[in-house]
Ligand binder design. Structure first.
Ligand code: MGP
Length: 330
């Protein structure tokens, strides 16, 4: 819609909200940029001119665009990650003899974890323990499709992207206008990006963040003005999927898994970080559902699902709706 102005510095600042801006408003932006060369470089000039256009520009959020031009990329503690290179911690094992003993079991299950494994899927050794097997990741993506879950939620945050199992399934479902996938380990993130490419995920479908998802969510909820413009999303339209570490395979020895002692993040820490948004938590299959039930909004029931492969449960999913604002509780 912007024709020759698509690369103009001020137009670039509007691109993160491209999907929310209605076509009529794009036409107005185009006209303003056609007629005012200064507005192409100077975002405060563009903002003023758009303000003068009245209702036609209602869908455009110009708040803070000036601030964003002033800020240098280094001013943001979190920013969209570049495409990271695979490192010597990223492996594509081809035979059991190469595989460390503690992940040999997972290597034997490699095709149910990634059906395209042989095409060159890469993983860090730690990622094998927590990666969601492909059929389960696809089932979760299906449950969150518009037919089964609130279509007004259009943005998904994958808080622990790992080697990309869930992120890939979410992206291939093509249901989300944006996916923000966060991983704190650069080698694991490089694997996730590589695996997503291998599965044919459209690169523009996922915004990767190398960093701490708690820091991101805290800024998003409490200080969105501090976030890099490409990482700001409307929390009313956003849901969080979190497949956190469970403290290693030791969880299997507990008949009922105590989510208050889960390492390194307890259930209440996770819930506290996500409570302003609907969230789906991917937890050990023996998780104490009494602890989960306590997170239900007053008078409501929660949905808890066992994800099984060949009849055996692999994990439990808990859907927790966003906390209601005091006004809506009345
Ligand atoms: P598992 O620990 O191999 O258990 O994990 P299981 O089911 O006893 O294995 P089996 O094949 O011997 O029966 C099974 C699944 O749980 C993994 O494929 C992951 O999807 C998930 N999972 C396991 N761990 C330890 C984690 C974790 O720490 N975090 C997350 N998010 N998922 C995990």
């Amino acid at each position: 819609m912007l024709g020759p102005h698509v690369d103009a510095p001020s137009a670039q600042l509007l691109l993160p909200q491209a999907k929310q801006i209605p076509p009529a408003a794009w036409q107005v932006i185009r006209n303003v940029l056609d007629q005012n060369p200064q507005a192409r470089d100077d975002v405060s000039c563009l903002t003023k001119l758009l303000a003068g256009e009245g209702q036609a520009t209602n869908g455009i959020n110009t708040d803070g665009l000036d601030a964003n031009t002033a800020a240098e990329p280094s001013d943001f503690s979190l920013k969209p990650a570049e495409r990271l290179p695979l490192t010597d911690q990223c492996h594509h094992y081809t035979g059991k003899h190469e595989v460390p003993w503690d992940i040999q079991k997972y290597f034997s299950q490699r095709y149910s974890i990634f059906s395209y494994y042989d095409d060159g899927v890469h993983m860090t050794d730690d990622a094998w323990f927590g990666v969601t097997p492909e059929p389960v990741a696809n089932q979760i993506a299906y449950e969150l499709s518009e037919d089964h879950y609130d279509p007004k939620k259009t943005i998904l945050i994958d808080a622990f992207s790992g080697a990309g199992g869930n992120t890939i399934a979410f992206a291939l479902s093509e249901r989300w206008s944006r996916i923000i996938a966060i991983e704190c380990d650069p080698a694991t993130l490089a694997c996730a990006q590589h695996n997503a490419e291998l599965y044919g995920v459209n690169p523009s479908a996922v915004t990767w963040i190398l960093g701490d998802s708690f820091e991101y969510l805290d800024q998003l909820v409490n200080n969105p003005e501090k976030l890099h413009p490409d990482l700001k999303v409307d929390i009313q339209s956003t849901m969080v999927f979190a497949s956190p570490p469970w403290g290693g395979p030791g969880y299997r020895t507990d008949e009922i898994f105590d989510l208050s002692t889960m390492q390194p993040y307890s259930l209440s820490q996770l819930h506290e970080a996500y409570k302003k948004m609907d969230h789906l938590l991917f937890l050990p299959r023996t998780s104490d559902i009494r602890q989960i039930a306590k997170l239900a909004p007053k008078g409501e029931k929660l949905e808890v699902i066992q994800y099984c492969i060949e009849g055996a449960s692999k994990a439990m999913g808990a859907y927790i709706p966003a906390e209601k604002s005091p006004a809506s509780n009345e």
